[in-house]
Design a protein around this ligand. Structure first.
Ligand code: CUK
Ligand code: CUA
Length: 761
C-alpha cells in the first residue's frame, strides 16, 4: 500500500510539473484529495520516497530486542533490508542450522545450556578516532550477559562471548574511541560465583561491574583472555558510554538502586520499586579504563571464573574509580561529541544534568571528595562538577547530538516528546510530540565525535493507534524526524514487527563495503577456507562404517549429489559448496523431517549433520527460486533398513523414451542454441569486461555451456548405439545446461542494457 501510495504521489508530482492534461485523472491534487493528504504529508513523502533502484544515505542497525536479532533498514526510506541472526537461530540464513553457525551460537551457551534467544539492547558500530569505520557491529544481550560480534563485510554474526561473572548485563555494547574495548556493564547484582548465595548476603557477596572486552581489529574478534572487569558494588549498573577526545581514557556508567534495596513482598518487604527509588540520588561510576588496562598488564588483577578482575580495593587504591551523585534513577549517560561534557538523563527527574569533564578531573586531581560509599569508593560532589541542569520534561531517558554546536536531543518517555536543547547554554530550543513513549532516540552518527544531524529516529515503545490492528501484541514504532530545519518535522512511521528494539545506530552507507560473494569454498563464520569445500566435478560421497559423508555442490539448477544412500542409524554429514559466482545466486537446501535448512550464498561452504535414525525416503531441494528450473533442483536421501536387499531393478524407474522423443529434444536444443548464440553475440559486442557482475556471469555461463557440451557428447554416443532411452535423457540434460546458460546470459544482457554498456569495435 505504502509503495503504491508513493508511486502515485511521484507520478502526481511529475504530472503536476509537466502539466500534462492527458493524465488529468491522476494529478497530485486528485491523489491528495482522494487519500486525504495534506501538503505536509506530500512533502514528507517526497523526503523519504526512494525510487526503484535508489539507495539510502544511511543504513541503520537496530536491536531486535527479545528476538535476539539485528534489523537493518535504510534511512530515509525506512525500508527493511535484512534481519541478522545473532543470539537466535534464523532459518532464512541457515543461522543455527548449519554446523558453522551452530558453532557460533554454541559460544553463547550459559552454564552449558543452549540459550535460543537474546534480549538485545544496544548495537555499537566499531570506531576509528571516534567515528564509525563501517567494519564491525557489536550488540549485547541483557538477559544472558553476552556480547556478539557482527562483521559488516557480510553482515553475519561471527562471535559471541559470554560474561563469566554477571547474571545480566545492560550497559553494553559501547566502544572506546578506537574500538580497543567493547564495554559491557552488569545490571542486576548477583554473586560472581555460580553458587547459591542467600539474599541476606547481598551487600557482601553480590556484585556489579564493568567489563572491557578487548577487541582485535585485525582478526575481528574479541579476545577474552585480554579482557578485564572492574568490580563494582551491587548497585544496578545501567547505561554506559565511553569518553571521547579529552575524556577518551575514561568510561561512564550510570546506576540505579544504589540503596541496595532487596525487595520480596513474599517475605513481607515493600517491593523493589519502592526501595530502589528511596534516595534522591544514585551514582555515576567513572573508570579510568586506560589505567585499568595497565593494572591488568602489571598483574594487579585477580582471575575469577577465567576473567581478569580488578577488585574495588585495588581500583580505589590505584585511583581509577570514582562516584558522582546523579539525580535518582537516571537512565542514559551520553558523552558530548567533543568529549568535554557528560549528559545524565534522570528518569524520575524532569532535568538532564550536564557534568563537566574538566571539573571532574579537577576534583580527581585535587582529591576533593565529599565522602566515600560503603565500599570505600571516593564520591565527588555533584555541585563541584555540574556544568548545568536543564528542565526538559517528564522522563528524560536518552540523549544524542547534532552536527550543530552544542545541540542535543533528549527523549522524554512520560511526555512522549523529543526535546532539542542547547547543552552549553542550558536552554530548550524546540519540542516535538511522538507516538508514543519514546525510549532511545538516534541521530545520524549521533554518538560519535562527528554527528551528521539531518535525521532523528525515535524508538517508540508504544504504537497504540498508529497502524492497522494486528491483535493485542502491537509492533513497535520507529518514527523518522527531519532535524535539518529550525523546527523538527515528523516524516514517517515504521512499524517494527520483531521484538522491542532499544537502540539503533546509523552508519553512512558509503562507509560500508559489503561483499557480494565469498572466495569459493569459504567458511564464513571462521573467515577461513572450509576444510570441506568442493570444486566443480570433484563432488564425492565417502561411506564408512556408520557414516555417510557428502562433499557436494550447488549450481543452477542442480544439487550434486542427487541421490544419497544411507543405512538406518548412519550419521549423515552433508557439506555443500555453492559454485556460483553470480551476484544474488544463493541456493538453499531443505530436507524433509531432519530439521535441515541451509542458505548457501555464492562461494560459501556449509555443513549439516544428523543421524538418519529412521529408514525412509527424504526428498531434499533448493529453497531459493534461483532459476527457471529451480523446482527441479532436488534429490533424495534414501535411508535403507539395516540388511536391506534390493528386489526392484533400477531400470523400472520412470518413463521409457523413443527415437521420436530423442529427435524432438535435439531439435529443441538446436533452437535454444540459437538463442544462446544471439545473447553471447550481444554481450561480446559490448564492453562487458567493464562490468564485474557481468564478467562473473559470463564465467558461470561458460561453465554451464561446457557441461552442456559433455552432456551432448553422451547423448550423441547413446544415439549412435540406438540407445534412445539414454540418448533422450542426455539430450534433455544437455538442454538443462543450455537453459541455465541462457538464463544467466539473459540476466547479464539485461544488466548491460540497464547500466548503459557500449559497443566495442
Ligand atoms: S535501554 Cu531500552 S529504552 Cu536498554 Cu538503552 Cu533505555
Ligand atoms: Cu537453487 Cu533454487
Amino acid at each position: 500500500m505504502k509503495l503504491k501510495r508513493r508511486w502515485a504521489l511521484t507520478l502526481g508530482i511529475a504530472t503536476a510539473l509537466l502539466n500534462h492534461s492527458a493524465m488529468a485523472n491522476n494529478t497530485l491534487e486528485e491523489v491528495m484529495q482522494a487519500r486525504g493528504l495534506t501538503q505536509k504529508d506530500v512533502l514528507a513523502a517526497a523526503k523519504t520516497y526512494t525510487p526503484t533502484g535508489g539507495r539510502d544515505e544511511y543504513l541503520a542497525f537496530s536491536s531486535g530486542g527479545q528476538s535476539g536479532q539485528v534489523l537493518v533498514y535504510g534511512i530515509p526510506s525506512m525500508r527493511i533490508l535484512k534481519y541478522i541472526g545473532v543470539f537466535t537461530p534464523e532459518p532464512w540464513q541457515g543461522y543455527g542450522f548449519d554446523e558453522e553457525s551452530k558453532a557460533v551460537l554454541a559460544q553463547g551457551r550459559v552454564n552449558g545450556k543452549d540459550i535460543n534467544y537474546g534480549d538485545a539492547h544496544h548495537p555499537a558500530a566499531s570506531e576509528t578516532a571516534g567515528d564509525y569505520d563501517g567494519k564491525y557491529l557489536f550488540i549485547n544481550d541483557k538477559a544472558n550477559p553476552r556480547i556478539a560480534v557482527i562483521d559488516l563485510h557480510d553482515f553475519e554474526t561471527k562471535q559471541i562471548v559470554t560474561n563469566p561473572l554477571y547474571k545480566s548485563a545492560h550497559g553494553g555494547a559501547f566502544v572506546t574511541e578506537n574500538t580497543e574495548y567493547v564495554i559491557e556493564s552488569a545490571q542486576y547484582a548477583a554473586p560472581y560465583s555460580k553458587d547459591y548465595v542467600p539474599l541476606e548476603e547481598f551487600n557482601d557477596q553480590y556484585r556489579g561491574g564493568v567489563t572491557y572486552w578487548k577487541f582485535n581489529k585485525e582478526k575481528g574478534r574479541i579476545e577474552p583472555e585480554n579482557s578485564f572487569t572492574v568490580e563494582l558494588p551491587p548497585y544496578s549498573q545501567d547505561l554506559s558510554d565511553a569518553g571521547k577526545g579529552p575524556s577518551s581514557e575514561w568510561s561512564f556508567t550510570n546506576s540505579f538502586c544504589t540503596e541496595r534495596y532487596v525487595g520480596g513482598i513474599e517475605r513481607g518487604r515493600p517491593p523493589f520499586e519502592a526501595g530502589c527509588s528511596a534516595k534522591d540520588t544514585d551514582f555515576l561510576q567513572m573508570i579510568h579504563w586506560k589505567k585499568a588496562a595497565e593494572l591488568v598488564a602489571a598483574g594487579k588483577a585477580k582471575n575469577i571464573n577465567g576473567m581478569n578482575v580488578i577488585l574495588m580495593e585495588t581500583a580505589v587504591a590505584e585511583g581509577i574509580l570514582f562516584l558522582v551523585p546523579e539525580p535518582k534513577s537516571p537512565h542514559g549517560v551520553d558523552v558530548t561529541p567533543d568529549g568535554s561534557k557528560i549528559v545524565i538523563n534522570g528518569k524520575l527527574d524532569t532535568h538532564v544534568s550536564v557534568y563537566s569533564f574538566e571539573k571532574l578531573m579537577a576534583a580527581v586531581d585535587a582529591k576533593k571528595f565529599e565522602g566515600k560509599d560503603a565500599y570505600g569508593i571516593p564520591i565527588i560532589a555533584m555541585q563541584d562538577v555540574l556544568h548545568t541542569q536543564v528542565e526538559l520534561g517528564l522522563g528524560p531517558l536518552h540523549t544524542q547530538f547534532d552536527a550543530k554546536q552544542c545541540v542535543a536531543y533528549t527523549s522524554l518517555y512520560v511526555d512522549s516528546t523529543i526535546a532539542r536543547w542547547n547543552y552549553c547554554e542550558g536552554k530548550v530550543l524546540d519540542k516535538i510530540s511522538i507516538h508514543y513513549n519514546v525510549g532511545h532516540l538516534m541521530t545520524m552518527g549521533g554518538d560519535t565525535v562527528n554527528p551528521d544531524g539531518k535525521y532523528l529516529v525515535s524508538l517508540n515503545k508504544l504504537a497504540i493507534d498508529r497502524f492497522n490492528p494486528v491483535g493485542p501484541l502491537h509492533p513497535q514504532n520507529h518514527q523518522l524526524i527531519d532535524i535539518s530545519g529550525d523546527k523538527m518535522e515528523l516524516l514517517y512511521d515504521m512499524p517494527v514487527p520483531l521484538g522491542e528494539p532499544h537502540y539503533v545506530v546509523a552508519i553512512k552507507a558509503d562507509k560500508l563495503k559489503p561483499a557480494i560473494r565469498y572466495q569459493s569454498g569459504w567458511n564464513s563464520r571462521t573467515n577461513q577456507p572450509s576444510a570441506f569445500k568442493t570444486r566443480a566435478g570433484r563432488e564425492k560421497i565417502e561411506v564408512t562404517e556408520g557414516k555417510v559423508e557428502v562433499f557436494g555442490s550447488t549450481i543452477r539448477s542442480h544439487i550434486t549429489p542427487e541421490i544419497i544412500e544411507a543405512t538406518e542409524g548412519d550419521e549423515v554429514i552433508i557439506h555443500l559448496t555453492n559454485l556460483e559466482r553470480a551476484q544474488d545466486e544463493t541456493h538453499g537446501f531443505a530436507m524433509y523431517g531432519q530439521n535441515v535448512q541451509l542458505s548457501i550464498e555464492p562461494g560459501k561452504t556449509v555443513t549439516t549433520r544428523f543421524i538418519a535414525d529412521k529408514a525412509g525416503v527424504y526428498p531434499y531441494y533448493c529453497t531459493e527460486f534461483c532459476s527457471a528450473l529451480h523446482l527441479e533442483m532436488q534429490g533424495y536421501l534414501l535411508v535403507k533398513p539395516k540388511g536391506y536387499q534390493a528386489t526392484v531393478s533400477e531400470g523400472k524407474a520412470g518413463a521409457v523414451y523413443t527415437k521420436a522423443e530423442y529427435d524432438k529434444q535435439v531439435a529443441t536444443n538446436i533452437e535454444t542454441q540459437g538463442v544462446i548464440d544471439s545473447v553471447v553475440g550481444f554481450i561480446t559486442s559490448q564492453n562487458y569486461q567493464d562490468f564485474p557482475p557481468v564478467v562473473a556471469s559470463v564465467e558461470d555461463a561458460t561453465d554451464q555451456l561446457n557441461f552442456a557440451k559433455e552432456a551432448k557428447a553422451k547423448a550423441d554416443a547413446a544415439a549412435a548405439k540406438g540407445d534412445w532411452q539414454n540418448g533422450a535423457l542426455w539430450a534433455n540434460q544437455w538442454w538443462q545446461y543450455q537453459v541455465k546458460a541462457a538464463d544467466i546470459g539473459l540476466r547479464a544482457k539485461a544488466y548491460l542494457q540497464e547500466h548503459g554498456s557500449k559497443p566495442v569495435k
